[in-house]
Design a protein around this ligand. Structure first.
Ligand SMILES: *Cc1c(COP(=O)(O)O)cnc(C)c1O
Length: 460
């Protein structure tokens, strides 16, 4: 029997239904950049799973009675309890979102010229490493490079490369190892417990701190239970506890597995490091018991941390993603294998093989999903990861041309996802009709948010 969501829907929000003509005008007004689209023109929004999850009645009840005391509010103690049931970190600070936790931690731990090693740094994570004057170096495992491989833990860090770096001439400059679970920049693939244990052992041997970027800790724990021998009998909470216990601390955006509109956690084991982070936090985010968060959001996060570990919820979320992947494959479109939980990554380079990298096949597919069906998605290809000269010519394309379909938590039903697969199937019947794009203007920093493009109709 197919797993089903362990909730019913009590409050709904209407979504806009538009015509192709309206969407063509809207996308042109947005300079062909989906980040510039007003959401009132988007029917199914798969741009991100961050802060877009549906909140529960229990979360809203907590929010309604939230205690807004500046120091030591009830909301903080509920947050603290939820974190204590999950981690063994003696110091746990709320912050307004993941990147604030990154900034506070990295600016305290890292020095200019040092190196941060990771399976893959998420984009804000990389930016916060670089803002300190340190280098962010990704060491994904070799299986990650094969999009079609069904290896269960393609989010792992390459342990050989990690050890070689720690032992080699750059070893003394390594300031931290940061493992992203699940590996968002790497196809949303999970990291195994065996990989995390090996990272812990190497960090101990070479005296380097080990932190987690744990935005999707519950989904990683669920996939460990499902895919790693020896974990199937453990609850997601028990696996999450073991995961956090391996590291010296964590940064975690709770807009993902906190199922909250806003919030994050900075967890730290070392008292001396915590003291330094706390000073930074109070100066820049807020007092240690609210860290820039409103009490109502702190309550939503505290409650969300319980709800996200419900095995029935995780089972149904995994099943929806798997079913969505199956429908997309039936539509004739390949995805990065195996399907994870928070997003599916379409292989646009393969579907639109007639569009060269400088015509941006990933962007072309994302734009066509919008034009054909009002579906918003993010390109993860050469626009995002390629390098350009000063005239916006693509010099080095990305290794892959992907489109990420993020799946917001508890927000869309399977019928919505079936609709997306139907739209995709129509596109896949006639890929040659899909327009390509060229860059008109690109800022030097955070390019993909502010790009302007022009459409080159198919056949030109
Ligand atoms: C979203 C995310 C972040 C940043 O968190 P924000 O809450 O968006 O600031 C960092 N790392 C990963 C892996 C993420 O998915």
């Amino acid at each position: 029997m197919r797993p089903f969501p362990p909730y019913r829907i009590q409050v709904v929000k209407e979504i806009p239904i538009t015509t192709r003509q309206q969407r063509e005008e809207a996308l042109a007004r947005a300079a062909y950049n989906p980040f510039n689209l007003p959401s009132s023109m988007v029917t199914i929004d798969l741009l991100t799973d961050s802060g877009t999850g549906a909140v529960s009645a229990a979360q809203e009840a907590g929010a309604a009675q939230a205690d807004r005391a500046y120091a030591g509010s009830d909301a903080f103690y509920r947050f603290r309890r939820a974190v204590d049931e999950l981690t063994s970190y003696p110091f746990a600070y709320p912050v307004h979102q993941g990147r604030a936790a990154e900034r506070v931690l990295f600016s305290t731990v890292l020095k200019p010229g040092q190196i941060s090693l990771s399976n893959t740094h998420f984009d804000t994570t990389r930016a916060n490493v670089e803002l300190v004057g340190a280098e962010a170096r990704d060491l994904p495992c070799p299986e990650f490079g094969n999009l079609d491989s069904r290896e269960p833990f393609k989010g792992n860090i390459d342990l050989d490369a990690l050890e070689q770096t720690l032992r080699g001439p750059d070893g003394s400059r390594v300031g931290q190892v940061l493992i992203t679970i699940t590996n968002n920049g790497g196809g949303g693939q999970p990291v195994s417990m065996a990989n995390l244990r090996a990272v812990r052992a190497l960090c101990d041997r070479y005296g380097v701190p080990f932190f987690l970027d744990a935005a999707r800790f519950a989904e990683n724990s669920w996939l460990v239970a499902r895919r790693e021998p020896g974990y199937g009998h453990l609850s997601p909470r028990e696996i999450a506890r073991q995961t956090f216990a391996l590291a010296d601390g964590c940064v975690a955006s709770l807009k993902k597995d906190g199922i909250a509109p806003m919030g994050a956690l900075l967890g730290i084991r070392n008292p001396e490091l915590a003291k330094r982070c706390e000073a930074n936090l109070i100066a820049t985010e807020g007092f240690r018991t609210y860290g820039g968060m409103a009490a109502h959001d702190l309550e939503r996060v505290a409650q969300g941390l319980y709800e996200v570990l419900d095995p029935n919820y995780l089972r149904s979320r995994e099943a929806d993603a798997a079913r969505f992947a199956e429908l997309i494959n039936q539509a004739g479109v390949d995805i990065v294998q195996p399907a994870g939980m928070h997003a599916l990554y379409l292989n646009a380079g393969r579907l639109l093989s007639h569009i060269p990298a400088y015509g941006y096949p990933g962007h072309a597919l994302a734009s066509e999903l919008y034009l054909a069906g009002g579906i918003r998605a993010a390109e993860l290809g050469s626009l995002y990861l390629g390098s350009f000269d000063e005239n916006h010519n693509l010099v080095n394309p990305a290794p892959f041309e992907l489109v990420r379909l993020a799946i917001p938590r508890r927000t869309y039903t399977m019928a919505h996802l079936e609709y997306v697969a139907d739209v995709l199937a129509d596109i896949a019947k006639n890929p040659h009709r899909v327009a390509s794009y060229r860059i008109v203007d690109a800022p030097p920093l955070l390019r993909h948010f502010n790009l302007k493009l022009a459409q080159i109709p198919a056949g030109n």
